[in-house]
Design a protein around this ligand. Structure first.
Ligand code: ADE
Ligand code: ZN
Length: 336
């Protein structure tokens, strides 16, 4: 292991952009499909992995939703979440903020209560058995209707204490944040924080809408913000974090080459950028592999890596006191 690899592996960090359905490793997918008597479109793990070649976000989403189709029971959601927590425990992730997509499951007749109970039970075990703290973010699928989003938010109210924020994901182009302005107003009234995927494939205007209409606390991705200097200035002035996902960007052709990734430009422009894995089972790496990919391609220094790890806690939804204590841990590690 190289010195930089070791530094990345050991530095304490948080993950803030992670879709739990995107952690579904092919081996577990086959295991759960078999026990639920369901057939996958692919006959083997290798055949499935060979299909993980995407030209854009939509090509990925089609495969991602079909993989999630085998999740039926509460135990399935537990197993999925527990496997992810064990993985990040080995990567020195101390805190994670996880998206889940209830509509992916309710559209197949899998009730909200099963999905959230399985995930929540694993997150509790993550805290007690692995010492990993977590927050849950309910993400609305933007390619579906406002009515479907309203129904999802209503189902969530019963589990309000388990959910920190409401997010927006899925096919970005043609589905601007403004489509969900009323839902997000309701979510804010109910006491949820808000976040949104914006500027991944969509234009800077979608980032403006996320800020001004959905009142988001963070932007997920946000790459295309860099096309608009006024937007960059606004994001920097308001310390709005960007949850950046380098391997996802490469796999979905948001960037053509990792050496052209805008992460350092974001940091240089004063943006609170963080590094995350998005859908690690599909994009070839968990959080440490994402740090390593940008560290190598952009020749990041230990100081920049330390900054990214500190940013991950600063941008989290932890309480100020907890943030401070986590950031101190990062500093202590980097000085040793
Ligand atoms: N759902 C899962 N991953 C996503 C991504 N990168 N963009 C939008 N929606 C998603
Ligand atoms: Zn995402």
């Amino acid at each position: 292991m190289s010195a930089i690899e070791k530094f990345i592996a050991e530095i304490p960090k948080a993950e803030l952009h992670l879709h739990i359905e995107g952690t579904f490793e092919p081996e577990l997918m086959f295991e759960i499909a078999i026990r639920n008597n369901l057939k996958l479109k692919y006959s083997s793990v290798d055949e499935l992995k060979a299909a993980y070649n995407f030209n854009n976000l939509q090509e990925f989403l089609d495969i991602y939703y079909s993989g999630a189709d085998v999740l039926i029971e509460e135990q399935d959601f537990y197993d999925l979440t527990w496997a992810y927590l064990q993985k990040i425990h080995s990567q020195n992730v101390l805190h994670t903020e996880i998206f889940f997509d209830p509509q992916t499951h309710s559209s197949r007749g899998v009730h909200f209560s099963k999905v959230i109970s399985g995930i929540h039970r694993a997150l509790e075990d993550g805290q007690t058995k692995l010492g990993i703290s977590s927050k849950l973010i309910l993400s609305i699928l933007r390619h579906l209707s406002e009515e479907s989003a309203i129904q999802t938010l209503e189902e969530a109210l019963e589990y309000k204490n388990w959910i920190t924020a409401v997010g927006l994901d899925s096919s970005e182009r043609g589905h601007p944040p403004s489509k969900f302005q009323r839902i997000f107003e309701k979510a804010l009234e109910e006491g949820f924080l808000t976040v949104a995927h914006a500027g991944e494939e969509g234009p800077p205007e979608y980032v403006w809408e996320a800020l001004n209409l959905l009142h988001v606390s963070r932007i997920d991705h946000g790459n295309r913000s860099l096309e608009d200097p006024e937007l960059v200035a606004e994001l920097a002035r308001r310390h709005i974090p960007l949850t950046v996902c380098p391997l996802s960007n490469l796999k979905l052709k948001v960037v053509n080459d990792m050496s052209k990734h805008p992460l350092t430009e974001m940091l240089d422009k004063g943006l609170l950028a963080t590094v995350n894995s998005d859908d690690p089972a599909y994009f070839g790496g968990y959080v440490n592999e994402n740090y390593l990919a940008v560290a190598k391609a952009l020749n990041l220094s230990k100081q920049q890596i330390t900054q990214l790890a500190k940013n991950s806690f600063a941008a989290s939804f932890l309480e100020e006191k907890e943030k401070k204590s986590m950031i101190e841990k990062v500093e202590k590690f980097s000085h040793q």
